[in-house]
Design a protein around this ligand. Structure first.
Ligand SMILES: [Zn+2]
Length: 123
């Protein structure tokens, strides 16, 4: 029998075999059961790969989002231009230059960037 990979849902590494064939996570209790017995273990291990690929995609998009936030902190005028476009407001260049020199405004952009993520993380 091939080695059992961690639980695809909670990451627990203690996986037991129940009913002779079916992997079950000892932490969250999820079971690989809806396939022919001898295919349950390959199915279980395949799902772990799916989970890691999904996590990888989520992390990649998080990096893109954070890089975008850092770019806005580096170029706050660009941030203000994009906000004006998004909200349909006029862009005020003089006010933007003044705001871009305010450290509190840079912190505001950082907080906006941080609060936009993390809402869908369970860990
Ligand atoms: Zn689990």
């Amino acid at each position: 029998m091939s080695k059992l990979k961690p639980c695809p849902f909670c990451g627990c590494e203690e996986i037991e075999i129940i009913q002779h064939f079916h992997p079950r996570c000892t932490r969250c209790g999820c079971i690989q059961e809806s396939v022919i017995g001898c295919e349950a273990v390959p199915e279980w291990n395949g799902r772990t790969t799916d989970r890691l690929e999904k996590e990888n995609e989520e992390l990649k998009s998080e990096i893109v989002r954070l890089k975008s936030g850092l770019l806005m902190i580096e170029s706050p005028i660009l941030y203000l231009q994009e906000q004006a476009e998004r909200t349909g407001n006029d862009f005020n260049g003089a006010a933007a230059v003044s705001l871009s020199n305010d450290p509190e405004f840079l912190k505001y952009i950082a907080r906006q960037t941080l609060s936009a993520g993390g809402n869908n993380e369970d860990e």
